[in-house]
Design a protein around this ligand. Structure first.
Ligand code: ADP
Length: 486
C-alpha cells in the first residue's frame, strides 16, 4: 500500500495489560504484525481499574456526558511491550469499569450483572469513533470487533447507516455469545425492529455475537479447521445457521504467536535459555521445574497443562487417564484455574500422588514460561479449540504437544505416525477428541517416543522449527482488509 490505513480494533482484553486467555495475546500481537503490512491499528479497550495510569503520553481524545449511566471519555496513549509499544484507546467510564476484581466476574465468581451494558458501551463508543473520528483527527477505515464483547460495534455502525467504514468481526470462541435479557433493548440502544430472527434475536434473548455476525462486512475466525467446524451444529453452538447464512463472508485465519515474547533463546522468565542446538539446557529447565513443583526425578516424561480449567479443555479426561500416565512413569504438572470441581479434583490428585502430580491453582504468566521450557509434553485434549496457543508455545519450546484433532490443534500439530516420522514432518501426537481410550493411547505413544532419545530429539528440533509466527496470517488479514476497503 502507498500510505498506511487506519484500523480500529475493539476488544475486552489485550496482552500485556489485561489477559484471561488467548484473545488477549492475539489482540496484543495484531497491531505490531500488521504495521509491517501498512496498517495502523489502534486498540480500544475498557479502562479497567488502574489501566489509565499505565498509559504513556495520555491524552483525552473523545468524551460524552452520558454513556449507559455515567460520563465517559476515551484516553489515548501508548503502553510498552517486550517488542515495542501499543497504541491504545481506553474507554474511561468509571461507573462501568473502575471496580476491583476480575474483569468479567464479581467476587462471588458470577458475571457482573451489568456486563451487557459494559460491553454495549464499549461497542457503542467504537462505532462512534468509526463514524465521527477522534479529536486528534484520527478516524479508521476499518473496524475490527473481537468476540461477543465487541459484537454490537458492527451492528451500531450498520444501524446508523455508516457506509464509509468497513467492519469485520473475529470469532475467538463461539461458545460465548453475549446473551442479554430482551428487556434491555432500549438501555443497550438497540432498534426493536432488529429484535427478530434475521437480526440479533436468539431464542427470546439479545445475542451481541449474533448482532455482529449478521451485520459485519466480513467474519473471521482463528483457524481454517474451526471455520469449517462452525458450519456444523456440533460446533456452531446454535449459531451454525447464522454462519451458514454468511458463509461467503467467512474466513479462517490461523493465529500466530509473538515470536519475540515466546523465544526460548531469550526468554527472561526461564533459568536456562536454549535453542534446538543445545537441548541439554532444556533438560536443565526440566530439573529446575521438578524442584519448583516438588516432583521426584524419574525416567518418564513430564506432562504439563497450562489452561483454563473448563469442560471445553477436556481435562477431566486427563484425570481419568492419570493411572495410565503414572503407570508409564510419567509425571504431571498443572497450572490453571476455573471450574471449582476440576480445581478440587486436580488438587486431590496431587495430594494422593505426591512427587508425581503437582498443581498450582492460579494464574502465573512467568511460571507458564518455565513450564513451557521445562516440560517434555504439553497436553491439550480439548473437546473443541478455535485455535489454541498453548500447543504453539509448546512447539516453539521443543515441548511436544499431545492434542486432540479439532480446530486449530488439528491445523498446527502433525501426528507422529509411521509415515510422518519417515517423511520427517511429525511434531507431536494427535488423538480423537473427547475419548478416554484415545487419550490413553496418546499418552502411551508419547512415552514410547520419549524412550527413544534420538527420535525424541529429532521431533523436538522439528517442533522448534515450525513456522508458528504471524507471517502468512498477517498477510491473509492484510489481503482481507484491502478487499474490505474497496
Ligand atoms: P483460551 O483462549 O481458550 O484460554 P488459548 O490456548 O488460546 O486458550 O490461550 C490460553 C493462553 O492463556 C495461553 O497464553 C496460556 O499460556 C495462557 N494461560 C492459561 N492459563 C494460564 C495460567 N493459569 N497461568 C498463566 N497463563 C495461562
Amino acid at each position: 500500500m502507498e500510505k498506511s490505513e487506519n484500523v480500529l480494533s475493539v476488544a475486552s482484553e489485550c496482552a500485556p495489560l489485561v489477559k484471561t486467555g488467548g484473545l488477549a495475546d492475539v489482540v496484543g500481537a495484531l497491531p505490531g504484525e500488521l504495521a509491517g503490512e501498512g496498517w495502523r491499528l489502534r486498540t480500544l479497550l475498557p479502562a479497567y481499574q488502574g489501566l489509565v495510569k499505565r498509559l504513556k503520553s495520555a491524552k483525552v481524545v473523545w468524551s460524552v456526558n452520558k454513556l449507559m449511566g455515567g460520563p465517559a471519555r476515551v484516553v489515548a496513549g501508548k503502553t510498552l511491550k517486550k517488542d515495542g509499544s501499543l497504541d491504545l484507546l481506553l474507554l474511561d467510564a468509571p461507573h462501568l469499569f473502575d471496580r476491583p476484581g476480575a474483569i468479567y466476574l464479581n467476587s462471588k465468581g458470577d458475571d457482573w450483572a451489568d456486563n451487557p451494558q459494559r460491553y454495549a458501551a464499549l461497542s457503542w463508543v467504537a462505532a462512534e469513533i468509526a463514524r465521527t473520528g477522534l479529536s486528534d483527527g484520527w478516524r479508521p477505515r476499518i473496524l475490527q470487533a473481537h468476540d461477543w464483547q465487541a459484537g454490537l460495534a458492527p451492528a451500531y455502525l450498520k444501524y446508523a447507516g455508516t457506509d464509509d467504514v468497513a467492519s469485520l468481526i473475529t470469532i475467538h470462541n463461539i461458545a460465548f455469545q453475549g446473551l442479554a435479557r430482551a428487556s434491555l433493548l432500549k438501555r443497550l440502544r438497540l432498534p426493536a425492529t432488529q429484535f427478530v430472527k434475521d437480526g440479533f434475536e436468539y431464542w427470546g434473548k439479545i445475542s451481541t455475537l449474533k448482532a455482529g455476525l449478521m451485520t459485519a462486512d466480513a467474519i473471521t475466525t482463528v483457524s481454517p479447521t474451526y471455520a469449517q467446524e462452525l458450519l456444523d451444529p456440533e460446533f456452531g453452538m446454535g449459531l451454525d445457521g447464522v454462519i451458514q447464512y454468511r458463509r461467503d463472508k467467512l474466513y479462517g485465519i490461523l493465529n500466530g504467536v509473538d515470536l519475540k515474547a515466546w523465544n526460548p533463546k531469550t526468554d527472561r522468565d526461564i533459568l536456562f535459555p536454549y535453542g534446538p542446538r543445545n537441548l541439554a539446557a532444556k533438560a536443565k529447565n526440566t530439573r529446575a521445574l521438578e524442584d519448583e513443583f516438588g516432583l521426584t526425578p524419574g525416567d518418564g516424561p513430564v506432562f504439563a497443562i497450562v489452561s483454563r480449567l473448563t469442560h471445553q479443555k477436556g481435562l477431566d479426561l486427563v484425570l481419568d487417564g492419570l493411572p495410565a500416565l503414572l503407570g508409564r512413569g510419567g509425571r504431571l504438572i498443572i497450572l490453571g484455574s476455573g471450574d471449582a470441581e476440576l480445581e478440587a479434583a486436580f488438587t486431590k490428585a496431587a495430594k494422593t500422588n505426591r512427587g508425581r502430580v503437582a498443581v498450582h491453582i492460579g494464574y502465573d504468566e512467568a511460571q507458564s514460561h518455565r513450564i513451557y521450557a521445562g516440560a517434555d509434553v504439553m497436553v491439550v485434549p480439548s473437546r473443541f479449540e478455535p485455535c489454541g496457543l498453548t500447543q504453539m508455545y509448546a512447539l516453539r519450546y521443543g515441548t511436544l504437544p499431545l492434542v486432540s484433532r479439532t480446530g486449530g490443534l488439528a491445523d498446527t500439530v502433525i501426528d507422529a505416525n509411521e509415515a510422518a516420522i519417515r517423511s520427517g514432518v511429525a511434531t507431536g501426537v494427535v488423538v480423537a477428541p473427547d475419548s478416554l481410550d484415545g487419550l490413553v493411547r496418546g499418552i502411551e505413544r508419547m512415552c514410547d517416543l520419549f524412550a527413544d532419545r534420538t527420535l525424541w530429539q529429532n521431533l523436538q528440533k522439528r517442533a522448534m522449527a515450525q513456522p508458528v509466527g504471524w507471517g502468512p496470517s498477517a498477510t491473509s488479514y492484510s489481503t482481507l482488509f484491502k478487499s474490505l476497503l474497496k
